[in-house]
Write a protein that binds this ligand. Sequence first.
Ligand code: PLP
Ligand code: COI
Length: 341
Amino acid sequence: MDKKNIDWENLGFSYQPTDLRFVANYKNGAWDEGALIADPTVTISECAGVLQYAQTCFEGLKAYTTEDGHIVAFRPDLNAERMENSCKRLEMPVYPKEKFVEAVVETVKANAAYVPPYGSGASLYIRPYMFGSSAVIGVKPADEYQFRIFTTPVGPYFKGGAKPITVKISDFDRAAPHGTGHIKAGLNYAMSLYPIVLAHQEGFDENIYLDAATRTKIEETGGANIIFVTKDQKVITPKSNSILPSITRRSLMYVAKEYLGLETEEREILLEEVKDFAECGLCGTAAVISPVGCIVDHDKEIRFPSGMEKMGPIIQKLYDTLTGIQMGRLPAPEGWVKTIL
Ligand code: PLP
Ligand code: COI
């Protein structure tokens, strides 16, 4: 298969349409078979549930070219499960897990020419999403839905790739204690636009959100979970019902324990403690693991000993091991890597 003529090494994290996308429609209480189509646009009612009341959720995962030339996706079954939870919380119909994984496979296969080559540092980002497509004017769930998947080749989420970033403690809240922080609802991202534009204007790369109830505990950033490494090399991550259960974070905690033999812990983490940690990283599909060099909390700066030049040693090991598994350089735990081609 001939690859597209793309400057893979210099891709940023932005959208470009690829050849085909998957579309399935939910009507009269059932999903249709779905199909791959060429049209990258969506036509829906002006009064669609998604447009009026933000009834939509999404997922994000990646396909990679492995060292031996296969195309694989990383843990798509977990994206299907998380989307099921998002759909239930938003009164949307579930798209069945086996069909979700099958649709991911078919969409990637159909766009294989856009999967970046091994060693380019880029990957094919896969975006499954669902929205209420029929008209609603009273506040209630729509009757009809679309489930779609598009793909787009991407490079690093943060400019500079593996260079440590600077993040701020946001004055805004991301998610309420019994709200929607634990699902991947579009509305969680709409609310983050004002704070992220502000953070960028102030020269920061991302926002760290605190728990909304007490504003004393670390939650996550706008688009990634957070891991810290303590000075005695323990890998810790916040435990909270209002953060997104990141698949990357869950995988990294496993890698830390089972591949690197490190102690791991998921627990409440106070902002107050952060100054005592050795390393920090943001983790997610888009972020992979992006090292954090500095956290700014108003007039206080927390500078990690790992500095602003390179990843700290443990974050680097986690990064190398996780990407090694994803690209087929290291053996993967059972079921983590789905071969597509
Ligand atoms: N947290 C938020 C708010 C996100 O948007 C994402 C991205 O998906 C993550 C965490 C990371 O999750 P995952 O590792 O499953 O991509
Ligand atoms: C992802 O990592 O897949 C996400 O959805 C994060 C988003 C902010 C790009």
